[in-house]
Design a protein around this ligand. Structure first.
Ligand code: PEP
Ligand code: CO
Length: 462
């Protein structure tokens, strides 16, 4: 069979790989399902459902990531720490898309580079946790593992893992994607709407006003182009965007049920999202998660935390990308503002020596989390900015492209992270602390950060 040339680069599964070959291998962070037969029944049902995303879209993302890896584009991966079934409403999806569009346009305009947009959306329902139980009001309860597993209410009944939630997760992901596809193809994502993406409450903040000025400049540039005779109305790229989906592939049971063989490429695709990532707690070379993801042709993200050694990373790159497929791997460094300068350079060198050319992205969130005096889990915008700056300078020193950022944010007016020009203080955290898991940047903080990233990018590519 001859392959279509542009599809020929899809990753092929190792010969001894099967969608179920992860079973029986060491596995971390799994729910203690009380009814394994119910889990199997749901997986069997999902195996008959339509894919959520298509192989051609997945390979298109991979090609765009290849262009990121070679320094010609930038990756913005952003969204909730944990999506909830409750936030799966038109308004909820619109609000997340809005802030992603705002950041993407600021990065594009500020850096002059195309931005590949990937949401932590449409399936980000499963959470790894630092402990299996927690104590609430003196009662020890199983921890909340995300809406795909159990319910966050602090009662023993709510915390029992329920297999039916995997089925509901599929349907919520499907509904989210349905709205996303409509919003990104229809008028909402049109560049004409660049002012409308700015919400009332953001407009009043310094970041919101700064955004308005950039939006004015973009609107003016579009008018200028059409005055010059360019048919801007007919240019699809100005009126639609492509937003890819991603989530942590924490539950191989769920991921396997949505994995399909594609005749055209001869590859297996996990059709639950375009990009799947492996968390920092589940990246064991001989573990179930790495085995499962080594066989699917989706671009694979790999969280790189402070305990990652150069040897680990080399071995993981070889295992996950044995054929050196450009755009196959996204290494997501989450080392913390204090340690990024020491820990990242040896890792960049180690990967370069392997000949793999992954996208290197900076997750400035997960290495900078702490519990504040008021008792809330939080992050400082200043630490987040500092880690990104450290990430860029390590890349500059090593001659590697800083490929992208991976952010936890929301379009809503929450008070979960500290700092920003409209400063969120420790005493404010309780006002609107709404996250289902980790603290997210609010819309104003996100926009402020985007200006800083755009500046770093512009300097890097000057
Ligand atoms: C996350 O991205 O929400 C997460 C849990 O990250 P990490 O695996 O890097 O801790
Ligand atoms: Co998180």
């Amino acid at each position: 069979m001859t392959l279509v040339p542009e599809l020929a680069a899809a990753h092929r599964a190792p010969v001894d790989w099967q969608p179920g070959s992860w079973r029986g291998l060491p596995i971390h962070q799994q729910p203690d399902w009380p009814d394994p037969l119910a889990v199997r029944a749901v997986a069997d049902e999902l195996a008959l459902q339509p894919p959520l995303v298509l192989p051609a879209e997945i390979t298109s993302l991979q090609r765009q990531l290849a262009s990121v890896a070679s320094g010609q584009s930038f990756l913005l991966q952003a969204g909730d720490c944990a999506e909830t079934f409750r936030s799966c409403t038109e308004q909820g999806v619109r609000s997340k898309l809005r802030v992603i569009l705002q950041l993407a346009i600021l990065l594009t305009y500020g850096s002059g580079l195309p931005v590949v947009k990937v949401g932590r959306i449409g399936g980000q329902f499963a959470k790894p946790r630092s402990k299996p139980t927690e104590v609430v009001d003196g009662v020890e309860l199983p921890v909340f593992r995300g809406d795909i597993v159990n319910s966050p209410e602090p009662t023993p009944e709510a915390r029992v893992p329920d297999a039916d939630r995997m089925r509901r997760a599929y349907h919520h992901a499907s509904a989210t994607l349905n709205v996303l596809r409509a919003l990104t193809q229809g008028g909402f994502a049109d560049l004409d709407q660049v002012h409308a993406w700015n919400q009332e409450f953001v407009l009043a903040s310094p970041a919101g006003r700064h955004y308005e000025a950039a939006a004015d400049a973009i609107t003016w540039a579009l008018r200028f182009m059409s005055a010059c005779g360019v048919d801007t109305g007919g240019m699809q790229a100005l009126h639609q965007v492509q937003l890819f989906t991603s989530h942590e592939a924490l539950l191989p049971e769920y991921e396997q049920s949505l994995t399909r063989f594609d005749q055209a490429t001869g590859s297996w695709f996990d059709t639950s999202a375009h990009l799947l990532w492996i968390g920092d707690r589940t990246r064991q070379l001989d573990g179930a998660h790495v085995e499962f993801l080594s066989g699917v042709a989706n671009p694979i993200g790999l969280k790189v935390g402070p305990s990652t050694t150069a040897d680990d990373l080399r071995a993981l790159c070889d295992r996950l990308d044995p054929d050196f497929v450009p755009g196959r791997l996204v290494l997501i460094a989450r080392l913390g503002a204090e340690r990024v300068g020491d820990l990242l350079p040896p890792l960049l060198r180690a990967v370069r020596s392997t000949g793999h050319s992954p996208v290197w992205a900076c997750d400035p969130m997960h290495g900078n989390t702490f519990v504040s005096q008021s008792g809330y889990k939080t992050r400082r915008l200043s630490d987040i900015t500092a880690e990104i700056a450290g990430f860029f300078s390590a890349h500059r020193a090593e001659g590697v492209h800083p490929g992208g950022v991976h952010l936890e944010l929301t379009g809503d007016d929450v008070t979960e992270c500290l700092g920003g020009a409209d400063e969120v203080l420790d005493t404010h955290l309780g006002t609107r602390y709404e996250t289902a898991c980790d603290p997210r940047l609010n819309a104003s903080q996100s926009i402020e950060l985007a200006f800083q990233i755009a500046q770093l990018l512009r300097e890097h590519h000057a």
